[in-house]
Design a protein around this ligand. Structure first.
Ligand code: BGC
Length: 771
């Protein structure tokens, strides 16, 4: 169906006439023409809008159930008809969306279409691994592809705006939302942000299968103190610019259409009302041209932060540069009064309204408000066998082999397996956090995946073995909003455990599928203890005593503390929360049809006491020397400083040998280019992929620098015995950092170039670089 819609008085011809008079500039002619057309259109439309309609346009509501807060909007239908709503989120499905779009397009005075958003975070219907898992693939092509498929499915169900990518840097595994991002590295986070934005928005947001990205949560949300959700963030400007802001910036550079402000404070001012952040940094320094929406009721929450009553905080947010108010309706109910009292200006309201209208224009909604509402696409494009096949492929690339003693993995497609654990025959927990439209009933359990792959060739002796947890208070919290997400078996813990031990005794190898269930990570899911829950650990301990090969298939929305598991299991395969194709992808890897190559993007601590822990830390004046705790050094009395698994770590069924680093020069000047080369050899028996990582250290500078920083990587494939030369090009750009004046520049001196298989295991060479 194709319907054209333009407000009366504005037509394509008049827009083109004005554009024709504009000066022509070869370089950005197309953009200028497009922008000019958009301005003419938006000016014309705004000329017709009343102040109520303009304020109404800044109102974003959710229909139906509350998604992440207790507040839901009322009287939505009437408000849409009155022009008091600019966008809606929380609904999907062509018919449903069309019904609501009709209210705006046919029922409101100016017929302005609505924008339809949803938390499409790691897939819409076909669910991919949680973002932390996706990031472990180190494969930007696959990550981008996951966003393209998500966009295609989302648009097929009438949506045009997704609340993703989440690009918050996180160094604290207690924080449940570490699952939603790409880990701890600012440069790497920027690469993922770019791939996701490009995947969602495609070559033009006007395309029927493209959506507008919404980059969140701006900003620094991952720096919440103590890893406690919604908590205060307080950090130096240098740390912000150097370590936390780069991924947001990369998303702006990639052309992201919208941003979402975060719940936390920055320098004492909530991000949602923070003018320095939303205007000075985002728009003035970075040149962002899209619109900013608040997080769920974040405007209202500024009252609890202590910034004033609803009228005051709404005015503060608008003035700071916030354009759209999610759910709380502070803008809707107070801005007119603030205008009358001189607390906000008409210009400020106009600016916000313009930005939201521009977004709709860029999405092509004024050409066709129904552009992706096409019921026939739902059956053609959603959860198709092709999408599922791609998901299976993407998913297996996200798995990280954390341990593999004596080639326990891959398993033989023969003999017997004890398949045990609460996540082994489980569909519900395959998808992970934030799967608003994903249906767990469509996911493949580990048991099913293994059966699909090996059929009757392998005898499976199954036992649940343990409940996810036995702790009733924990269970109540996991079953939020009254959902039955975690249930307790009728059998006692001992009965369950004995069944697992019996299954193990009958089998050649034990595969224990354990870890975190769906609601253990994600929003408002901070944990102070990040061990595998005790009930499951008891089962693992009983199984380990049998002395049989013990493979742990680990589900987790965050790095967990796995010191006991690392010591006692034969192999550990980290599968995160893998999504719809979970079981199939896990079987592919367990039985060696695919050789795992993922690498972790967030450090795994030995103990929760080491948190925050991250590879790109500073040296201190009394650095730990790696030889164990010693007096008057920066270390602990009771534990080493080293993590259990460092950033960038992950094994393969094969092994890789690295040569020393060769440099084409050791003395450089100014803008010269350095080439660092290593030869990587597949020294094992399987074909495999390796992520070759480049880090640079800057040992002497005007400020204390991180011990090393990731600057590039290359993912290569090698047959057994094969060698490849991997070359990295380094320019002064890679040497730059923010100095104490917040100037982004490099300083001459010595640089240590490090290339290796993870952040702790590198080969090094040094250069002198003068200006
Ligand atoms: C979350 C956002 C999400 C929004 C809408 C909030 O609670 O922080 O990430 O996009 O709800 O569901």
């Amino acid at each position: 169906m194709r319907k054209y819609f333009l407000p009366r008085g504005i037509n394509r011809f008049s827009a083109l006439c004005v554009v024709a008079l504009l000066p022509f500039n070869k370089i950005s002619a197309q953009t200028k023409t497009d922008d000019a057309k958009m301005n003419v259109f938006v000016n014309g439309l705004m000329g017709k809008m009343t102040i109520d309609e303009k304020i109404g346009h800044l109102n974003l509501v959710t229909i139906g159930a509350a998604t992440t807060g207790s507040v839901v909007n009322k009287g939505v239908e009437d408000k849409i008809k009155k022009g008091a709503i600019g966008g809606v989120f929380g609904i999907w499905g062509a018919d449903h969306v069309k019904e609501v779009q009709d209210l705006a397009v046919k029922g409101s005075r100016l017929h302005i279409p609505l924008i339809f958003g949803l938390d499409v975070i790691h897939g819409h219907r076909t669910i991919f691994p949680i973002p932390l898992g996706l990031s472990a693939s180190w494969d930007m092509g696959l990550i981008k592809r996951s966003a393209q498929i998500a966009a295609k499915e989302a648009t097929a169900e009438g949506l045009n705006w997704v609340y993703s990518p989440m690009v918050d840097i996180a160094r604290d595994a207690r924080w449940g939302r570490i699952s939603e991002g790409s880990g701890e590295d600012p440069w790497y986070g920027g690469q993922v942000a770019k791939a996701m934005v490009q995947g969602y928005q495609g070559s033009s947001m006007k395309n029927a299968d493209a959506v507008m990205a919404c980059v969140k949560h701006f900003a620094l949300y991952g720096g919440a103190e103590a890893g406690r959700e919604y908590n205060t963030v307080d950090m130096s400007r240098i740390r912000m610019y150097q370590d936390y802001l780069p991924p947001y910036r990369a998303a702006v550079d990639a052309g992201a259409g919208s941003f979402m402000s975060s719940f936390n404070t920055i320098d004492g001012v909530p991000a949602t009302g923070n003018q320095w952040l939303l205007t000075d940094v985002l728009r003035k320094q970075w040149g962002f041209k899209g619109f900013v929406v608040s997080d769920y009721t974040a405007v209202n929450e500024m009252e609890a932060h202590g910034l004033g009553d609803l009228q005051a905080v709404s005015a503060l947010a608008l003035k700071a540069g916030l354009d759209m108010d999610m759910v709380g309706e502070g803008f809707l109910t107070t801005l007119k009064k603030s205008l009358a009292e001189g607390k906000v200006t008409k210009l400020e309201i106009d600016l916000a309204c313009r930005r939201v209208l521009e977004a709709k224009y860029k999405l092509g909604l004024f050409d066709n408000p129904y552009k992706s509402i096409d019921a026939s696409r739902e059956s053609k494009d959603v959860l198709t066998p092709e999408n599922r096949a791609e998901a299976r492929n993407i998913t297996k690339h996200s798995f990280v082999l954390l341990k593999n003693n004596a080639q326990t993995l891959p398993l033989k497609k023969a003999g017997s397996i004890a398949l045990v654990g609460p996540l082994a025959d489980n569909q519900r927990d395959m998808l992970g956090t934030w799967v608003v439209a994903g249906e767990w009933q469509k996911s493949i359990s580990v048991m099913q995946g293994i059966k699909n792959l090996v059929g009757n060739g392998v005898t499976i002796n199954y036992a649940k073995g343990a409940n996810i947890t036995q702790d009733s208070m924990f269970i109540n919290r996991l079953n939020f909003f009254g959902q039955q997400m975690v249930t307790v078996d009728k059998k006692t813990a001992d009965e369950l455990l004995n069944e697992a031990v019996d299954a193990a005794k009958k089998s050649d190898v034990i595969v224990a599928v354990v870890g975190e269930s769906q609601s253990m990570s994600g929003e408002s899911s901070s944990r102070s203890d990040i061990d595998i829950p005790e009930s499951q650990k008891n089962m693992l301990k009983a199984l380990a005593k049998l002395g049989k090969p013990l493979v742990i298939v680990l589900f987790n929305g965050r790095p967990l503390t796995l010191t006991w598991e690392d010591e006692h299991a034969s192999a550990i395969l980290d599968v995160w929360a893998p999504g719809t194709e979970a079981g199939n992808a896990i079987a592919d890897v367990l039985f060696g049809d695919y050789n795992p190559a993922g690498k972790i993007t967030a450090t795994f601590p030995r103990s929760v006491g080491q948190i925050p822990i991250y590879y790109n830390h500073k040296n201190t004046g009394r650095p730990y020397d790696g030889k164990g705790p010693s007096k008057f050094k920066s270390n602990y009395l009771d534990i080493s400083n080293d993590p259990l698994y460092p950033f960038g770590y992950g094994l393969s069924y094969t092994t890789f040998g690295y040569s020393d680093v060769k440099l084409n020069k050791t003395q450089l000047k100014g803008a010269e280019t350095l080439t660092a080369t290593v030869t990587v050899t597949n020294t094992g028996k399987y074909a495999g992929e390796e992520v070759v990582q480049l880090y640079i250290s800057d040992p002497v500078a005007s400020i204390s620098r991180s011990v090393k920083e990731l600057k590039d990587f290359k993912k290569i494939s090698l047959q057994p015995g094969e060698q490849k030369e991997v070359a990295f090009t380094i320019t002064p750009e890679e040497l730059k950092f923010y100095n104490s004046q917040l100037k982004y520049d490099w300083e001459p001196g010595k640089f240590i170039i490090q290339v290796g298989t993870n952040s702790s295991d590198t080969h090094t060479a040094s250069v002198q670089w003068s200006k």
